[in-house]
Unconditional design. Structure first.
Length: 174
């Protein structure tokens, strides 16, 4: 797979991890300062910026046929929307009306981006884009079967790690 599908997936994924890092740093800063007035900003950066954008990046990587102009419009709307929404929410929580107004247009753009994403997901899943996965080499040239095997192996490994951590954290008899 090359070209636009990879590019838009990469944009979503890289932007999401950068926003995840910034949201985490904001959360840590609030904890260190013991001032949680910006918790709404922290939550929106993490859920919209990190989680939602990361999932969109994975979706466009798996369904390259859906990675067209609408995906780029979605990326633009969510990034600009969050760039307006986050300071606007901060303005609301901190009582700064000079920037609080930014929440409304930011929210509209973020909502518009989600509507675009819903359209792309529904279109891709109902228009049999599955064939693109097997033929594009994403997630592998073996298609869904290889992906299913990797998912099951990752799930088993995660369960093993969680069980091991639970044993390590369990209270030890005196």
């Amino acid at each position: 797979m090359s070209g636009k599908p990879v590019r838009i997936a990469r944009l979503f994924l890289v932007t999401s991890v950068l926003l995840g890092l910034s949201g985490m740093m904001l959360g840590m800063g609030m904890g260190i300062a013991e001032d949680f007035r910006l918790k709404g900003v922290h939550v929106h950066i993490d859920l919209i910026g990190f989680v939602t954008m990361f999932l969109a990046g994975l979706f466009y990587r798996i369904f390259p046929a859906a990675a067209g102009k609408l995906a780029y419009a979605q990326y633009g709307a969510v990034t600009v929307g969050l760039a307006f929404m986050a300071p606007g929410i901060a303005g609301i929580y901190l009582g700064v009306p000079a920037i609080a107004w930014m929440t409304k247009p930011g929210s509209v753009l973020v909502l518009a981006s989600m509507i675009m994403f819903v359209w792309n997901v529904v279109s891709a899943t109902f228009n049999d884009c599955d064939a693109d996965i097997a033929s594009s080499g994403s997630p592998g040239s073996k298609g869904f079967k290889a992906m299913d095997e990797r998912v099951l192996a990752a799930r088993a490994e995660a369960a093993r790690i969680v069980a091991e951590a639970a044993r390590d954290l369990a209270p030890q008899p005196a």
